[in-house]
Design a protein around this ligand. Structure first.
Ligand SMILES: Nc1ncnc2c1ncn2[C@@H]1O[C@H](COP(=O)(O)OP(=O)(O)O)[C@@H](O)[C@H]1O
Ligand SMILES: [Mg+2]
Length: 276
């Protein structure tokens, strides 16, 4: 029962001119508790629309989305669902609410009505988990974009949700910020065993997941382990995506008749295979 389950889901936006735009079409997807799933796909393929269904920010036009058996369409469940699914968005400046870092991290659990002593404990623990305890008394505007995203992640940790959904959390960050956020995601998984759904357009981020879901035109075009997904660089390119460099090189070398396994997608594997 501990899973996010999307069944025959379709979603239509009603545009300003009253025309309808189908953004998701017959999506079927199960995300089990404990998984680390990356969602990739071209701009406009429906990734953000899907992510917003996971905590009931959007409700299906057809089909259903349930979180641990609770239907997002059921108004009585939405409060509970929001406690189970935490969201981190792309723009670091749009999700900080408080004037001091620790107050910002405390905001979520405060809304849940948790006792002050427990909140304090959770804030300290969450900031520690992502390596931001030294900044706890700073004003968020003094932080870098990457650090602001870490604070947003700490905020979700402090709520102790089951699931953390991150919608292109690194898109606006410089390389060091991106790295810090990816490290924090790993820490979240190791220390809290949290289920992570990471939407990203960076393939090197997607390959760190256990599973990759590829979206195209409002549909799921592929779903498998990074190895399965990148085994066919040609298909990934057809879906408008750039495979990881190692997978591209392996693919090109194979096409030139060099005997190299089909399922290479990390630099390490490529180097090892070339050494042989
Ligand atoms: N508020 C909106 N109103 C109308 N159409 C929208 C709206 N938001 C997104 N869309 C359309 O829905 C489709 C999917 O968008 P989105 O989920 O944002 O894709 P992605 O996150 O993969 O870039 C796109 O065609 C987009 O133009
Ligand atoms: Mg998006």
């Amino acid at each position: 029962m501990d899973k996010i389950e999307v069944k025959n889901l379709a979603y239509e936006y009603v545009q300003a001119d009253n025309k309808k735009k189908k953004a998701l079409d017959n999506i079927n997807l199960i995300i089990n508790k404990g998984e680390f799933v990356a969602v990739i796909g071209m701009n406009g393929s429906g990734k953000s629309t899907l992510a917003r269904h996971f905590n009931g920010l959007l409700l299906p036009s057809e089909g259903s989305c349930t979180v641990n058996g609770l239907d997002t369409k059921d108004e009585a469940s939405i409060w509970q669902i929001r406690q189970k699914v935490g969201m981190v968005f792309q723009n670091p400046d749009n999700q900080i609410i408080a004037a001091i870092v620790e107050d910002d991290v405390a905001f979520g659990p405060e809304n849940l009505g948790i006792m002050p002593e427990e909140i304090k404990k959770r804030v300290t623990e969450s900031l520690k988990a992502i390596g931001m305890e030294k900044q706890r008394n700073l004003a968020p505007h003094l932080l870098s974009g990457g650090q602001k995203q870490l604070i947003a992640i700490a905020g979700v940790l402090a709520m102790r949700t089951d699931y953390m959904v991150l919608d292109e959390p690194t898109a606006m960050l410089d390389p060091s910020g991106r790295e810090a956020v990816m490290e924090a995601i790993c820490a979240v998984r190791e220390k809290y065993g949290m289920t992570v759904i990471l939407i990203t357009h960076f393939m090197d981020e997607a390959v760190s997941a256990d599973r990759i879901v590829v979206m195209s035109n409002g549909k799921i075009a592929a779903d498998g382990t990074p190895r399965e997904i990148f085994r066919n660089s040609g298909k990934i390119r057809e879906l408008g995506l750039e495979p990881p460099l190692a997978a591209q090189m392996a693919y090109d070398l194979r096409k030139r008749g060099i005997n190299i396994p089909a399922d290479i997608y990390t630099d390490n594997d490529l180097v090892k295979s070339l050494q042989k």
